[in-house]
Design a protein. Structure first.
Length: 146
């Protein structure tokens, strides 16, 4: 990704194509955008000569680059594991499921790995907590409101 002008020449040199850096069709962002199809064809041709892993090693520290992962690859990514981005929860009666953990991390705080309550599971507790009497709860049940 050449999100700064300085990365285009760096990419060109890294690919062994220094002449691309001074080609008038590609000098500025605007030029490259106007000639995107040409650049894409050129890059596809040269980038297809090595694996993604080989290019990532080759670009390391010089050109911002990353693999484009499918969902399975993204979930198995070492960075995701390091951040504890996948959690396992148990759904009673259904077994264990892997799912994304919350992306919001707070120092010293561990997010719970539990499923949401079943529909209506906490209704009585919540309504009682805001002042509903058992009599009112029964009226709501009889009316099939809860």
């Amino acid at each position: 990704m050449c999100n700064k002008e300085k990365f285009w020449p760096t990419l060109c040199h890294s690919l062994g194509k220094p002449e691309w850096a001074t080609d008038t069709r590609f000098v500025k962002f605007k030029d490259r955008l106007e000639n995107r199809a040409v650049i894409q064809d050129m890059l596809d041709e040269i980038l297809s000569t090595k694996t993604t892993a080989e290019w990532l090693t080759h670009f390391d520290g010089k050109v911002p680059a990353s693999a484009i992962n499918d969902l399975g690859q993204a979930l198995e990514n070492p960075f995701v594991a390091e951040r504890q981005g996948i959690q396992t929860i148990n759904l009673p009666g259904y077994g264990n499921y892997r799912m994304l953990a919350t992306p919001i991390l707070s120092a010293g705080s561990k997010q719970p790995a539990k499923p949401a309550p079943k529909l209506g599971q906490n209704t009585d507790e919540i309504l009682a907590g805001i002042g509903y009497t058992e009599e009112k709860l029964q009226q709501l049940r009889n009316a099939k409101a809860i």
